[in-house]
Design a protein around this ligand. Structure first.
Ligand code: SF4
Length: 88
């Protein structure tokens, strides 16, 4: 499990089997796990409504098996995003 990507760990990930070029998830498109991506770089160019989506979506992360496999790294990503979003 240590080297698996988030979509490999999260068996019901909606990205599994999709084309990485056109996938809706920025992490999957970048071939990086959710704990490896700087979500600030992702959301800062999005319209406010989509920023709000990704910001509120992060509240569910702690329930996710991918988060549970890398809690420190992913919590750091969430904290980065929250401090960025709140200070934007
Ligand atoms: S961040 Fe979530 S939705 Fe995106 S690929 Fe990883 S598990 Fe799937």
């Amino acid at each position: 499990m240590a080297d698996e990507k988030c979509w490999e760990i999260k068996k019901d990930c909606l990205m599994r089997g999709r084309s990485q070029e056109t996938a809706g998830c920025p992490a999957y498109r970048a071939d990086k796990s959710c704990w490896e991506i700087d979500w600030r770089e992702v959301i800062k160019y999005l319209p406010a409504s989509q920023q709000e989506y990704w910001y509120s979506h992060m509240d569910r992360c702690p329930e996710c098996i991918a988060f549970k496999s890398h809690p420190e790294e992913m919590q750091a990503r969430i904290d980065e995003l929250k401090s960025f979003y709140l200070n934007d």
